[in-house]
Design a protein around this ligand. Structure first.
Ligand code: SAM
Ligand code: SF4
Length: 370
């Protein structure tokens, strides 16, 4: 039992599917009333694993800003949230107007995550976004004027044909809007997406491999200078504006995952996943338990916590999974100034955030059992 948990709700519908996206989304069959009923049923099934009140509720997508505010409002009212819980809704430009944003405030949403991705018209077209840059700017002006406690912008980089100078321009515009929180993601080519097909045919002109590093360093420099501190590989915020829900996940915290294809993590140590197929989920929305082997649990803990500035608690790793880190790997990573060791924790060094995947891989590959 745990009173320290979050609730993640997956909203599976979008107006159209972006060609790089591998999320569990649908462009037809939206039925928010059935979805709401399914979510309550899923929560009733999951609730016995949690105790007390949730510190956060996150509506992710898909495009949650397409959902009627009264449906989101009923969920906010009836789910067991702490009084000051963070309630976040992901919002896409062009999916909501000023009245819709006000309605979100009225039902108790106190944080928005805005899917900006780029301010460059050509790159927005390449990304196949269902909105224009003009709509993005309009949304940002509206959000800046309204009274949300906090809000965040998602931006993508390493886009096809994108130059360092274009990214620099995107960052300048982003900072002009003064977001309290920012998430930056390098474009990943996901299997079986139209971008994947285009890349295999040589039609996607991605920046050279070492460009990613240059772009990431530029992002860190500009955001840090502007007072947004990096607290996770891809996440930056002003003091007091870290994302409660996401930060809890990166600290290895527990959460109920509700909705089609949603992932959850129960205090007993099991992962859960909702059925991904829409009709199958409507028929049975209960999250399915996917117990982990100790080795999987150890890898999972390293993966989720090392990307955060607080790093990995080695005692927790041992107690929770029975695995320990290989001493010579740790020494080697220290020698190469990739990690620091102290206060019972392993933390990434400043320059190692850019190569965190490799560091995580080496620690996982050399884990010692028992
Ligand atoms: C849950 S997703 C989608 C949120 C929202 N529907 C949107 O598209 O703006 C959250 C973020 O993941 C990032 N993302 C999605 N697909 C990606 C990919 N293939 N590579 C890198 N980042 C990706 C985008 O920045 C997106 O805002
Ligand atoms: S709007 Fe977001 S979730 Fe929907 S298809 Fe595009 S990237 Fe995926």
């Amino acid at each position: 039992m745990s009173s320290d948990f979050g609730i993640y709700i997956h909203t599976p519908w979008c107006k159209s599917r972006c060609p790089y996206c591998a999320f569990n989304v649908f462009t037809s069959g939206a039925d928010y009333s059935r979805w709401k009923s399914g979510l309550f049923s899923a929560w009733e099934n999951t609730a016995p694993h949690f105790e007390g009140l949730a510190h956060s509720l996150y509506f992710g997508g898909g495009t949650p800003s397409l959902a009627p505010a009264h449906v989101l409002g009923t969920l906010i009212q009836r789910l067991p949230l702490a009084e000051n819980a963070e309630v976040t809704v992901e919002v896409n430009p062009g999916s909501i107007d000023a009245d819709g944003l006000r309605a979100l405030l009225d039902i108790g949403v106190n944080r928005l995550s805005l899917g900006v991705q780029t301010f460059n018209t050509q790159h927005a077209k390449t990304l196949g976004r269902g909105h224009t840059v003009r709509q993005t700017r309009k949304l940002l002006s509206q959000v800046s004027r309204l009274g949300f406690d906090s809000w965040s912008m998602d931006l993508m980089f390493c886009l096809p044909r994108q130059t360092l100078s274009e990214l620099n321009d995107d960052l300048s515009v982003l900072l002009d809007y003064s977001p309290p929180h920012v998430s930056l993601y390098g474009l990943t080519i996901e299997p079986n997406t139209p971008f994947d097909t285009a890349q295999q045919r040589g039609l996607l002109h991605l920046p050279e491999a070492d460009t990613w590093r240059g772009m990431y360093d530029l992002i860190v420099d500009r955001l840090t200078q502007a007072g947004r501190d990096r607290y996770e590989v891809s996440n930056f915020s002003r003091p007091g504006h870290r994302a409660v829900q996401n930060e809890s996940v990166w600290r290895g915290g527990f959460y109920a995952g509700l909705g089609p294809g949603a992932h959850g993590y129960l205090p007993q140590g099991s992962r859960t996943v909702g059925k991904a197929n829409l009709e199958a989920w409507f028929a049975d929305p209960h999250p399915i338990l996917t117990p982990q082997s100790p080795a999987e649990a150890a890898a999972d803990l390293i993966l989720s916590t090392l990307r955060h500035i607080d790093g990995l608690c080695t005692l927790r790793l041992q107690k929770q999974t029975g695995f320990t880190l290989c001493e010579s790997t740790v020494e080697n990573l220290q020698t190469h100034r990739l990690i620091t060791v102290g206060d019972g924790r392993i933390r990434l060094c400043h320059d190692a955030f850019a190569v965190s995947d490799g560091v995580v891989r080496r620690l996982i590959d050399t884990l010692i059992s028992g």
